[in-house]
Ligand binder design. Structure first.
Ligand SMILES: [Zn+2]
Ligand SMILES: [Zn+2]
Length: 451
């Protein structure tokens, strides 16, 4: 869902200037252990799976083929698999003795984007999204890499069943891009019909970090995302006789300007917040004063309090500006906040530290704490559903091919962002790194002798 993660990660960029980190090759490196060797053995199969997923993307809540294809693999591996959880979601459970419950999540949906990567396995699929207009479909957010690594981690953990003890819950989530899938699975009994996790883990590929590096933030990692529509009535008429009208464009313009003071004058400067008016539409002709204007606003925050303050502020400003223009009480702007919204993603600080400490040696020179971002992910729902008992972490795995990264460092290349029709990550590096990280972290969280 987010456009560009790790964007301002100066620390990461600097560190990667060093020779060792810049050559984080996805093969068995000196110091690579048995787990890494096993990942490399599995890579040809995982790449084949990735290319198949990439060529066959499906839109949010339409992930039927994707879900059944991967559910079948999980069944073959010995998981107890339930399909159709939250429409197209999949839950695969493996109980393996006493111990904690660890949940690994991958998201399945592609985007309504016409692929332009030129890859030999590029998607040529089309589908009809909610807008009703047929479009190309592409895994432009890299969820195909998430699914391939998720299968990769499952394989490693099944092969090492005698090395861990506890319950492994592996879920495939639909509709991350619309912000609805996690909630749909929870509403369908994810934490009631199946073992409730103590720990939830996921990763996202990153279009602003070099391939094979891992980035993480403690605490708030991604923002609350609200979409707000404002419909501003006016009293229309002839452009030459403005005194007989009330112009909704002027009211709209005043609202847009006054909204700029929400973050700058009302929110504590130490609390991150964004209010962006992304669309302002009104009118049809030079000499007609319109009878309506419409705004579309994206609102970003981390805490519930700041979110409430911003949404209240938007409603108050819309109303106030219309009243100031002389609109009657029964023709004031209508402000609608899209429901459900995407809540912020919180990485449990202690859990994050524990997982990253466990990965530190294995990924030496490739592991970085990175700034949080104002993008959104509905992964945060899995924590919010039971913050007392669930700890969660989503981390980034860089995907930019090294030659492109270096060219962009020299200022010779503009990198495509996530959701771009040109986004073509170095999938082998993303998948190898994420598979190993997910498996190693899970083994660490479920040690054989209690722990
Ligand atoms: Zn996305
Ligand atoms: Zn995504």
């Amino acid at each position: 869902m987010f456009k560009r993660v790790l964007a301002a990660s100066a620390a990461m960029a600097l560190a990667l200037g060093s020779a060792s980190a810049a050559h984080a090759e996805a093969h068995v490196e000196p110091g690579g252990d048995e787990l890494r060797a096993a990942v490399m053995e599995d890579m040809p199969g995982l790449i084949e799976l990735y290319q198949d997923l990439h060529a066959n993307p499906e839109l949010s809540f339409q992930e039927f083929e994707t879900a059944s294809k991967l559910a079948a693999r999980m069944r073959e591996m010995g998981f107890e698999v339930t399909e159709g959880v939250g429409q197209t979601g999949v839950v695969a459970v493996m109980e393996n003795g006493e111990g904690p419950t660890v949940m690994l999540r991958a998201d399945m949906d592609g985007l309504p984007v016409i692929e332009q990567t030129g890859l030999p396995f590029a998607s040529t699929r089309t589908a009809i999204p909610a807008t009703g207009v047929e479009t190309g479909v592409m895994h432009a957010c890299g969820h195909d890499t998430h699914m391939a690594a998720w299968i990769g981690a499952a394989q490693l953990l099944v092969e090492r069943k005698d090395e861990w003890s506890g319950t492994l819950v592996m879920i495939l989530q639909p509709a991350e891009e619309t912000g609805e899938g996690a909630l749909a699975m929870l509403a369908d009994g994810l934490y009631k019909r199946f073992p409730k996790p103590d720990y939830v883990l996921a990763f996202h590929d990153a279009a602003a970090a070099p391939a094979g590096v891992i980035g993480y933030s403690k605490g708030y990692a991604l923002a609350n995302v609200d979409s707000v529509d404002v419909v501003i009535p006016g009293i229309g008429g002839h452009g030459a006789y403005p005194h007989t009208t009330i112009d909704p464009l002027v009211i709209g313009a005043s609202i847009v300007m006054r909204l700029q003071t929400l973050v700058s004058r009302e929110i504590n400067p130490l609390d991150p917040a964004v209010v962006t008016v992304g669309s302002f539409r009104a009118g049809s002709k030079h000499n007609i004063i319109s009878d309506e204007a419409r705004l579309q606003i994206t609102v970003r925050s981390y805490t519930d309090e700041v979110r409430a303050q911003l949404l209240e502020g938007i409603a108050r400003i819309a109303r106030g500006e219309a009243l100031a223009a002389g609109m009657p009480e029964d023709k004031l702007p209508v402000v609608t906040v899209q429901d459900p919204y995407t809540p912020s993603t919180y990485n449990s600080p202690e859990f994050t530290e524990r997982v990253m400490a466990g990965l530190a040696d294995r990924f030496e020179g490739r592991l970085f704490e990175t700034p949080s971002v104002m993008g959104g992910e509905d992964f945060g729902q899995f924590y919010r559903a039971d913050p007392e008992n669930v700890q969660s972490l989503i981390f980034w795995v860089g995907g930019v091919p090294m030659d492109q990264w270096e060219a962009s460092e020299r200022g010779e290349l503009e990198l495509p962002s996530l959701h771009s029709p040109f986004w073509a990550p170095d999938a082998p590096k993303v998948i190898a790194t994420a598979t190993e990280a997910l498996a190693a972290a899970t083994l660490d969280l479920m040690p054989k002798n209690g722990g």
